[in-house]
Design a protein around this ligand. Structure first.
Ligand SMILES: Cc1cc2nc3c(=O)[nH]c(=O)nc-3n(C[C@H](O)[C@H](O)[C@H](O)COP(=O)(O)OP(=O)(O)OC[C@H]3O[C@@H](n4cnc5c(N)ncnc54)[C@H](O)[C@@H]3O)c2cc1C
Ligand SMILES: NC(=O)c1ccc[n+]([C@@H]2O[C@H](COP(=O)([O-])OP(=O)(O)OC[C@H]3O[C@@H](n4cnc5c(N)ncnc54)[C@H](OP(=O)(O)O)[C@@H]3O)[C@@H](O)[C@H]2O)c1
Length: 253
């Protein structure tokens, strides 16, 4: 029997970015969502057990209401139970989708004082930020999109990011970071060190300031944990719904 909350979906499109990173567009009739939220994808394994995992929605809600398609950016985790199976899906294949989206990494959760928004990601965690940026234009005076990856080829969605850079004019700054290759036009290393030594702020030409900045961190849990320490060292505090602060995070595993 299909577990409660799952509805049928159909893969309508796929993009292969690298041998392990891909996007699938899934047609499914889910409940309304807000840019930055996730839903779950599910398949049955060889024993008939249901395996479901969370995936951030890349598609902005406005586009979903026109097309009915949800795009997800996924990496096939080595030894993973579900993601390698999702990697094998082709157009026309079935996949199950949680009807109810969830998540608090949305613009509504950003406290009112914030004038400068930092969207900091590693790996596939750039996905929810693309939804946020592609949704109706945000009014922040500055938005910094940080994407840290292993190799240049992992810098996905470049065309869509270019479109947003033009749409936001000079208010959006894209800062790609590549850790395992030296690539011109990108920073090299890891986010926590680049926060600590000021390289991220210099490259973005924006300083992290508790009076103006709000930071979202998303992706690799070790990256998030170490970046949180770096932000605390800079005088920023964790944001809680009951006590406003300067950063908030979503970890992918
Ligand atoms: C709120 C939320 C949103 C998420 N959104 C996405 C998304 O948009 N795209 C996406 O690819 N994943 C996303 N994930 C991770 C996803 O839910 C799965 O955990 C992931 O696909 C691995 O599942 P699996 O069954 O293949 O691996 P499992 O058998 O569950 O093995 C998990 C192991 O795989 C590794 N791993 C898991 N996720 C990742 C990842 N994204 N990048 C690198 N290594 C990973 C870790 O070492 C982890 O211990 C999200 C997770 C959460 C909690
Ligand atoms: N990306 C690929 O080419 C590839 C290929 C095959 C399989 N996979 C699978 O995909 C999974 C995820 O790979 P991914 O490249 O998307 O994500 P990832 O391993 O989280 O790497 C993304 C970025 O985060 C950095 N990072 C890792 N640990 C960090 C920490 N503690 N602090 C700060 N930054 C940190 C990485 O730097 P470092 O480079 O310094 O680690 C890299 O720049 C792997 O576990 C593997 O299962 C990926």
């Amino acid at each position: 029997m299909v577990p409660h909350g799952l509805i049928p979906g159909k893969v309508v499109h796929r993009i292969d970015w690298t041998p392990s990173q891909f996007s699938i567009a899934v047609r499914a009739d889910i409940d309304p969502f807000v840019a930055g939220q996730f839903t779950k994808l599910a398949l049955q394994n060889e024993h008939g057990d249901w395996v479901r995992r969370a995936y951030s929605i890349v598609t902005p809600p406005t586009e979903y209401s026109l097309t009915g398609d949800l795009e997800f950016l996924i990496v096939a985790a080595s030894q993973g139970e579900l993601s390698p199976k999702l990697h094998q899906l082709q157009s026309g294949d079935s996949v199950w989708v949680a009807k109810q989206p969830a998540g608090f990494m949305t613009i509504e959760e950003v406290p009112e004082y914030a004038k400068q928004l930092w969207l900091v990601s590693s790996g596939t965690a750039i996905g929810p930020y693309l939804s946020i940026l592609m949704a109706p234009l945000l009014s922040f005076e500055k938005i910094v999109l940080v994407h840290a990856v292993r190799e240049k080829r992992d810098l996905v969605y470049r065309a869509q990011i270019e479109t947003q850079l033009q749409r936001y004019a000079r208010r959006l700054k894209y800062v790609p970071i590549v850790s395992r290759e030296s690539v011109s036009g990108t920073l090299s290393g890891r986010i926590p060190a680049l926060l600590r030594d000021g390289s991220l702020e210099n490259t973005a030409a924006v300083s992290l300031n508790p009076e103006k900045s709000f930071v979202y961190l998303c992706g690799n849990p070790a990256m998030v944990k170490e970046s949180v320490q770096a932000l605390i060292e800079k005088g920023l505090n964790k944001h809680l719904r009951r006590k406003s602060g300067h950063f908030s995070s979503e970890t992918y595993w």
